[in-house]
Design a protein around this ligand. Structure first.
Ligand code: ATP
Length: 402
């Protein structure tokens, strides 16, 4: 896939607010691409610049080889689906979907054929006569998708399209949107603050913070190898430990000093040098928790702690384990739970172990790192593993020093 949609050094200010700050981004044809970040990070503004509703202060927008920066919205082959769906209340489903082609004065037979195709795509042939107020939230959402797709846009823009739906419906619509994307094969640009949505739908994700892009990658790359502590904290839960590199070992591993811990081994793919202060980050599911001391090999880390809190969540149990002055969040996956052994519970002394490959190091120097560490010690909200603090930054399941 070649680059199809490009933002080149795009910026936009509103008064003193830098909504989008020199963003450069290339999206491939047919890609499902998400802009993900906390409220106010500039993702909607970037989408509006592409749709032509905002004009950038700097930079250009290129679509399929054409510079569209100066084109009015109705001359761009992009369609937007808003959170509110914006369906016409007095029109039926059929009329809503047909609207774009009727405005374009397409022949009747063609309109009828295309609307039928769209009704089949969204599986609503038998609902064509209904008005929007007779539809469920999920059905309205599907009509909005069909109404946008019938214009055969080069890019479909989706601005938090599932935000108004309840959790179950959102999960169903995620699957449907994915299927529709596979079927129509056009480029989707999806805006969301919900990392679960972005992870499950996207080919690639751009994580935004303060008008800038922090990282672009596949969901796996962003989760497993975040480039900043902001990304590590925003995508999933993460424990953070303050440490320092003390020795480079063979095979790209290094030895870290973390106060109160025995020596820690960690993979060092960022080539961080000896003496540098780092955050060691380990996700809760990467720990193994056990009553007996696990056997160690070269690159395994083992620490002893005491269980302070246990939250049974069905598929996993979440433990808060105190190790020295850190409180560490640990997920234990259930398998033959309560059958093979007595579940670990409050106040037990346990061993936590993790492989050096399963932690990652982040240098401690960026502005977002400082902001992150300023957050009050807090336990995470369990909505998709991320909750936002009053300052719009994620409150993370980091190992808090108390
Ligand atoms: P949300 O998820 O809450 O919609 P977002 O990431 O989409 O947030 P934007 O809507 O792009 O963020 O806003 C980025 C910043 O620009 C915010 O600080 C916002 O208040 C500001 N902003 C956006 N549009 C305008 C406007 N028309 N006038 C003034 N400020 C604006």
């Amino acid at each position: 896939m070649s680059d199809f949609l490009e933002f080149k050094d795009v910026s936009k200010h509103f008064g003193k607010v830098r909504a989008v700050d020199h963003v450069s981004l290339s999206i491939k044809k047919g890609e499902f691409f998400s802009l993900l970040g906390p409220s106010g990070c500039g993702k909607t503004t970037l989408l509006r610049i592409l749709a032509g509703f905002e004009y950038p202060d700097t930079g250009r927008v290129i679509l399929d080889g054409q510079d569209i920066t100066d084109l009015p919205p109705n001359h761009r082959k992009v369609n937007t689906i808003f959170q509110s769906y914006a369906l016409f209340p007095h029109m039926t489903v059929w009329q809503n979907i047909a609207f774009g082609l009727q405005i374009a004065r397409r022949p009747r037979a063609e309109i009828s054929e295309e609307v039928d195709k769209m009704l089949a795509l969204i599986q609503m042939k038998d609902q064509a006569h209904k008005r929007p107020d007779q539809l469920s939230g999920g059905q309205k959402q599907r009509v909005a998708v069909a109404r946008a797709l019938i214009n055969k846009p080069q890019v479909l823009l989706l601005d938090e399209p599932l935000a108004a739906l309840d959790l179950k419906l959102r999960q169903r619509m995620l699957i449907e949107l994915d299927q529709i994307h596979d079927e129509v094969g056009i480029t989707f640009l999806y805006v969301t603050h919900d990392q679960g949505e972005a992870m499950s739908l996207s080919d690639r994700i751009a994580v935004m913070n303060g008008g800038k892009i922090e990282q672009i990658g596949t969901p796996g790359e962003i989760y497993e190898a975040p480039k900043s502590s902001f990304v590590a904290a925003f995508i999933g839960d993460a424990n953070f430990f303050e440490g320092k590199v003390v020795e480079l070992l063979d095979d790209n591993f290094c030895r870290l000093e973390v106060e109160g811990f025995p020596d820690v081994v960690c993979y060092n793919d960022n080539q961080i040098h000896v003496g540098n202060p780092v955050y060691l980050s380990v996700r809760p599911e990467k720990f193994r928790i056990s009553r007996d001391r696990p056997l160690e090999d070269n690159h395994h880390n083992v620490v002893q702690g005491r269980v302070e809190d246990v939250i049974y969540l069905g598929s996993v149990t979440k433990y808060w384990v105190r190790v020295q002055d850190y409180r560490i969040s640990v997920y234990q996956q259930h398998s033959r739970f309560m059958l093979d052994e007595k579940p670990i519970t409050w106040k037990e002394i346990v061993w936590l172990s993790w492989h050096g490959d399963d932690g990652f190091m982040l240098e401690r120097y960026s502005e977002s790192d400082e902001k992150l560490m300023e957050l009050p010690p807090d336990e995470p909200g369990d909505t998709n593993g991320v909750s936002l603090g009053a300052n719009g930054l994620p409150v993370v399941a980091r190992a808090t020093r108390t």
